[in-house]
Design a protein around this ligand. Structure first.
Ligand code: TYM
Length: 332
């Protein structure tokens, strides 16, 4: 079975609707047809200063949310990045193949370093995409289900794999991004030209998977819509309505054209009300299940330990190949 791997950062209090529709739902679908590995990238989370107790909580919560959303530990391996030290070792080797200019051109790094200023920007933020490339290449990964904002990092990963293969002989599988067609970039409800993001200044435009159903409904009812009153899908002219239609369609399975027809002559208020119902119906079971799973951290930790053991089996083989190729002597 072809291999799929993906990961999320345990930053922010919880995952959000963008993470869910952009990536997590694809993970669940792909585990049926692929050999799946899903990782919580706790080392990546260290690039922003985080309280150690919070990091522990968030790592468990992220893993619990994967499971609650439908990742099945019988079919997919679930693990923490820091439990597989091969990731950081491969990241070092890959960093020696990465151009300084190349890394400087990563738009997420440019955005973040501009926002914080260069003194407050740490080197981990700069080499972040190289560690991500290691996460992927360490498992001979063929497909990487992610949202649109990870596309450039995936391109870098492919470039590094090809560069390594060119220099040292065929070693890595060159992975492909797997993006959902309509929800690769779920927009912020308050600013529909921006993506829904954990680092947004306000949480009013973000549906958190742990939000109470009443809060979810309120956020959607308060979503910024566009001028006019017609419910039509038009990303340029009506980004707010388009975002709501895409969210509805992705969760209800109803086509966008059918939704437009059904809401013809009705206002934005009706649309929002229905989107709120659809989102609550989808997310409330995820929230409830997450809370149940968090009640038994020992079981969660045991699952993560199993996942890490399986991951290390694969990662160890690939890393041994890399060490040999680049000329590192085996320990006698
Ligand atoms: P992260 O933690 O920021 O986001 C996790 C996943 O959610 C997707 N996503 C979105 N999709 C649609 N609309 C949105 N508004 C939205 N916001 C986030 C992201 O594209 C991502 O798929 N660098 C990665 C984590 C990572 C990784 C990896 C991913 C580390 N190693 C290896 C894949 C493979 C990140 O920060 O994602």
């Amino acid at each position: 079975r072809p291999r799929v791997l993906s990961a999320m950062q345990p930053t922010g209090a919880s995952l959000h609707l963008g993470n869910y529709l952009g990536a997590l739902r694809q993970w669940v679908a792909l585990q049926d047809t692929h050999d799946a590995l899903y990782c919580v990238v706790d080392l990546h989370a260290l690039t922003v200063q985080v309280d150690p107790a919070d990091l522990r909580d968030r790592s468990r919560r992220t893993a619990a949310q994967y499971l609650a959303a439908g990742v099945d530990p019988e079919r997919a391996s679930l693990f923490l990045q820091s439990h597989v030290p091969e990731h950081t070792e491969l990241a070092w080797v890959l960093s020696c193949l990465t151009g300084f200019g190349e890394a400087s051109r990563m738009t997420q790094f440019k955005d973040k370093s501009q926002r914080h200023g260069s003194e407050a920007t740490n080197v981990g933020l700069f080499t972040y995409p190289v560690l991500m490339a290691a996460d992927i290449l360490l498992y001979d990964t063929e497909r990487v289900p992610v949202g649109d904002d990870q596309r450039q990092h995936l391109e870098l990963t492919r470039d590094l794999a090809q560069r390594f293969n060119g220099r040292y002989g065929r070693t890595f599988v060159v992975p492909q991004a797997h993006l959902p067609s309509a929800t690769a970039r779920v927009a912020d409800l308050q600013d529909p030209t921006a993506k829904m993001s954990k680092s947004a200044a306000s949480t009013a435009g973000l549906v958190d998977l742990m939000d109470d159903p009443k809060v979810v409904a309120k956020k959607i009812r308060s979503a910024v819509t566009d001028t006019g009153r017609e419910v039509v899908h038009d990303r340029a002219a009506k980004p707010g309505v388009t975002n709501l239609l895409d969210i509805h369609s992705a969760l209800s399975g109803e086509g966008v054209a059918e939704l437009e027809a059904r809401f013809a002559g009705r206002g934005y208020g009706d649309l929002k009300k229905e989107v709120a119902d659809v989102v609550v119906a989808a997310l409330d079971p995820v929230r409830t299940r997450t809370l149940e799973l968090l009640d038994d951290p020992a079981q969660l930790d045991a699952l993560l330990a199993d996942g890490a053991e399986r991951a290390r089996g694969i990662a160890g083989d690939v890393l041994a190949r890399v060490r040999e190729r680049v000329g590192l002597l085996p320990a006698a």
